[in-house]
Design a protein around this ligand. Structure first.
Ligand SMILES: Cc1cc2nc3c(=O)[nH]c(=O)nc-3n(C[C@H](O)[C@H](O)[C@H](O)COP(=O)(O)OP(=O)(O)OC[C@H]3O[C@@H](n4cnc5c(N)ncnc54)[C@H](O)[C@@H]3O)c2cc1C
Ligand code: SF4
Length: 652
């Protein structure tokens, strides 16, 4: 065996704490090591060239690099090794940065630990076996879940590049929260004016199949080959016949709160959510419908179909984008804000509906009893940035509050906006300028101590009183006719169920977790599944659209290929030892274990394309019948022996 060891300084990242020369010198005396070098940046082109040259000239059959984390540079070194003609799985890495220099300051002991880790990797490398990556074919279609601005943008970008997309939206129309907004910060352009053209494009794009009022109920398979089941809920309308004329709704005798107007306005039992809905097709809300038959009698197109039932559709796709957006915290549980108790305490989204020309008041900002409020108090950070609650910042509420305050000053004659804030976060392009403009318009900002309580009470004359504490400890008391709460943006109510469907994780705040917070913010650890918009965390429209286009480009990277490469480091069941207990089948988080019936009984088998090589099955198998290739029991034991060996004894 001919092993080459390469120890990296990583500039001073490793070199300042670990005596790299000493580690390389130590490694040169390990059995079977024919060359041991140290270099400032092993990952650089000259560093990689050193390795390649040695493989060719010294006939190395194993390579060990001691540097940073495998997550960072294992692919770099595997590629270098392969370019020199060695199987990339005959390469092993020792992480002496995160495990030594970044966590210790005693140079001598950090160096000693690095030697132990290098010895472990050299020992393991001797048992490595060549492995061949798997080639997997790709279905050249994509699924986008959620048709807010994130899903719409993703679908349009993919479709414009010539690939087919299924855009699945659970409500009757596309548009998401952006469709509910009036103006948009910081430019104050009308939300509908910029969103509607995109909604219409998505609705009639030849490469987009819009599936509204539908939900994904099952996803099976793996990158390039997902099998998806979709439930199409019955609208009780034949959408081929419905022209959206509205005759039915105008005659329907039922009035229920309109969820699109956040319950402020009303709609009938047969409804479209808003005038620009896409598709412009009616839906019967069977829970509210009294089955009087009026709509059926008046519909000239005979589009009403009370007997419609749900339909399950099965699709094959190569990539999936989760663009399921966000919810807003239910603030009625927080008594101190008075929401639900006082008529004129409303949420920011309710305020958007009041401002909107197609909203329940025709765009007039009015109190519950129809008066124009004079003083409007805005409270920021309601339920956000709270230790033990939603600890994160909801990111867009500072700016939409500034927008709302501007609308009060602009639309209500002698109206006064007062903003009770904790911090003003105006980080985006044009945000700071907008915030300054709003203050110059006369909006009063009151900074409160976020750790001290806020209270909203109502006086007998109907005035609302907001009390809080300023940073210097002095009391703040504001009087107004309306209070608008900037409630926290939260992960969707069903985020857990969706994450289970997609086999992806969530961060502590409940939003979907990206593969890497800085370097892979769009990917998930599950290959072929990507994130767009607020499903990954609160973000404003510009950031949502940017991420959506990013997700589309990741999908296109995948769909443009005929096949993709799967890691061969997957689990392997020895069916001669397997006792068919199905423990692995139960614990596998990726559904990669199949049970097959043999003459001797049930036996487990790995679906290698689905397996991610996490090793949970191998750890749980009571019969020790499972090994993960590249991390076999023997390889791990050898590594441990190397790490624990007496440094003086392992050198030859
Ligand atoms: C009061 C308020 C004012 C705002 N004002 C501004 C502003 O002026 N400027 C600005 O830049 N940003 C503003 N924002 C932020 C803006 O709302 C978001 O940036 C934007 O809506 C994010 O889009 P999205 O597509 O990620 O999510 P969403 O808009 O939430 O869309 C998600 C879509 O997915 C659907 N969905 C959810 N789960 C499923 C599922 N399981 N299957 C199928 N479909 C599903 C939902 O029905 C929805 O249609 C404001 C937010 C609020 C609350
Ligand atoms: S964006 Fe502003 S209002 Fe919203 S949570 Fe963050 S700091 Fe508070």
């Amino acid at each position: 065996m001919r092993i080459g060891v390469y120890v990296c300084h990583c500039g001073i990242n490793i070199g300042a704490t670990v005596d790299v020369k000493k580690v390389a010198e130590f490694a040169s005396h390990l059995k079977d090591v024919v060359i041991s070098r140290e270099y400032s940046y092993m990952c650089s082109d000259p560093g990689q060239e050193l390795i390649k040259k040695d493989i060719r000239e010294l006939g190395l059959d194993r390579v060990v690099v001691a540097s940073c984390s495998p997550r960072m540079h294992e692919p770099t070194f595997r590629t270098a090794v392969a370019e020199a003609g060695l199987n990339p799985y005959l390469f092993e890495m020792a992480n002496i940065r995160e495990h030594c220099s970044w966590v210790h300051d005693d140079r001598e002991r950090a160096t000693e630990k690095a030697m132990h880790l290098v010895a472990g990797s050299v020992y393991k490398s001797k048992l490595l076996e060549p492995l061949e990556p798997m080639q997997v074919g790709i279905t050249k279609k994509a699924l986008v879940m959620g048709a807010g601005i994130a899903g719409i943008q993703t679908a349009l970008d993919i479709a414009d590049s010539g690939f087919e997309v299924y855009l699945v939206e659970r409500s009757p129309s596309v548009g998401g929260k952006m469709a509910q907004l009036d103006k948009t910060f910081p430019t104050l352009d009308c939300s509908a004016c910029i969103l509607t053209p995109k909604m219409v494009d998505a609705g009639r794009h030849p490469n987009i199949e819009l599936m509204t009022y539908s939900e994904v109920i099952d996803i099976d398979g793996y990158v390039g080959n997902f099998k998806v089941k979709i439930k199409k809920k019955p609208r009780f309308i034949d959408i081929e016949k419905c022209t959206g004329c509205g005759e039915c709704a105008s005659r329907c005798p039922v009035d229920v709160p309109n969820e699109f107007d956040e319950g402020i306005g009303i709609r009938s039992a047969i409804y479209i959510p808003f005038p620009q809905a896409v598709p412009l097709k009616y839906t019967i809300d069977r829970d509210s419908c009294i089955r009087c038959g009026t709509c059926k009698n008046v519909c000239k197109r005979d589009a009403i179909d009370y007997d419609q039932t749900e339909e399950i559709v099965e699709l094959d796709v190569g990539a999936i984008v989760a663009a399921t957006g966000y919810d807003l915290m239910d603030v009625s549980s927080r008594e101190e804000y008075g929401y639900g108790r006082f008529d004129n305490v409303i949420t920011g989204l309710e305020f958007e509906r009041l401002c909107n020309a197609s909203g329940p008041t025709g765009g007039k900002i009015l109190t519950k009893d129809g008066r124009e409020p004079k003083d409007v108090i805005f409270i920021q950070c309601v339920g956000s940035r709270e230790i033990g609650g939603n600890e994160y910042c909801s990111r867009f509420c500072c700016m939409y509050t500034a927008k709302h305050a501007h609308l009060v000053e602009d639309r209500i004659e002698s109206g006064k906006a007062k903003v009770l804030f904790t911090d003003a976060r105006a980080y985006g392009k044009g945000f700071e300028e907008f915030y300054v403009r709003v203050m110059e318009e006369g909006v009063d900002y009151y900074r409160r101590d976020h750790d001290k309580p806020v209270s909203v009470t109502e006086r007998e004359d109907g005035k609302l009183i907001v009390t809080a504490t300023a940073l210097d400890g002095s009391p703040i008391e504001l009087e107004g006719d309306m209070v608008v709460l900037a409630t926290a943006a939260t992960a969707c109510e069903d985020a857990f169920e969706v994450s289970r469907l997609l086999n992806i994780s969530r961060t502590g705040d409940g939003f979907f977790m990206e593969a890497h917070p800085k370097l892979r913010p769009i990917d998930t650890p599950s290959d072929g599944i990507f994130l767009a918009g607020c499903s990954q965390g609160p973000k404003d429209i510009p950031d949502t659209v940017a991420q959506a286009s990013g997700a589309a480009s990741q999908v296109l990277n995948l769909l443009a290929q005929d096949s993709t490469t799967g890691s061969p480091s997957v689990s392997e069941v020895n069916q001669d030892i397997c006792i068919g207990c199905a423990t692995c089948f139960e614990v596998c988080p990726y559904g990669a274990i199949e049970m097959e019936r043999l003459e001797v009984g049930w036996r487990a088998k790995t679906n290698e394309v689905v397996c991610k090589g996490c090793g949970i099955c191998a750890g749980e198998c009571p019969a020790l019948a499972i090994n993960v290739k590249h991390f076999t029991d023997e390889q791990i034991i050898n590594k441990i022996e190397g790490v624990l060996a007496d440094l003086n004894e392992v050198v030859t």
